[in-house]
Design a protein around this ligand. Structure first.
Ligand SMILES: [Zn+2]
Length: 227
């Protein structure tokens, strides 16, 4: 199966990292589409952010795909009423925001769509330097998955992870390089789904720390301040 190496599918959650990746992809590839997964995340505001970012970026196509099975399996704070905590669970040493298998499923579905629209390039904002230590965000996982996708669909997919080894401050600098700042004004990060962001959850803290270390104002906060 021949696929266009100048066409990309970006996994867009509406968060900071995937938004930077979308801008990165648009500078690198001629055709860029975005896919967003509605997996029963309790904060619907995330999906709204993905729509706003995709619209502002004028992507070729934005697909929102429902994946309800992850929420049906339960056991995490992102698809249930369980409170998000900073503590690590005893059973696996991971935060309760870890959704087992999520990125494996998402990348497989992104590749399945990319196959349909003839795109060889897959882009994801996973980052192994994140505080959370999610095993499905590691380079080794993505390398293995790329092999599986190539084999399983007999197609020349490449998984790009532009943020994999960047600190949050470095990813803010990358955002400036690829002109992502305007898009970032529509991105959403808060684990508590608050607008304006709560500022105290792990996701808010990480985002604020990144912008502070980069010495750059967060365009989301600037936009809300102006509203
Ligand atoms: Zn928050």
């Amino acid at each position: 199966m021949d696929l266009d190496t100048n066409a990309a599918v970006v996994v867009l959650s509406g968060g900071q990292d995937s938004t930077i990746c979308l801008a990165w992809a648009q500078r690198r590839f001629a055709r860029v589409a975005a896919i967003t997964f509605d997996y029963g995340q309790r904060h619907r505001v995330e999906l709204g952010a993905a729509h706003a970012v995709a619209a502002a970026a004028q992507v070729m196509e934005h697909k929102v795909l429902r994946v309800s099975s992850l929420a049906e399996l339960g056991g995490n704070a992102l698809t249930s009423d369980e409170a998000v905590t900073n503590e690590l669970r005893e059973k696996d040493g991971l935060p309760n925001t870890f959704v087992p298998g999520r990125n494996l499923v998402f990348m497989t579905l992104a590749a399945a769509w990319a196959y349909q629209i003839g795109a060889a390039e897959l882009v994801t904002g996973v980052c192994q330097t994140d505080f959370s230590g999610y095993p499905d965000c590691r380079a080794a996982t993505m390398a293995a998955l790329q092999t599986a996708l190539r084999e399983g669909m007999a197609a020349p997919f490449t998984i790009h992870t532009p943020l994999m080894d960047l600190s949050k401050a470095e990813s803010v600098h990358l955002a400036q390089e690829v002109d992502a700042m305007e898009l970032l004004a529509y991105s959403h990060t808060c684990y508590n789904g608050a607008i304006p962001p709560c500022g105290t959850c792990p996701a808010c803290e990480l985002r604020a720390k990144g912008f502070a270390e980069a010495g750059v104002a967060d365009p989301l906060l600037e936009r809300l301040g102006q509203d």
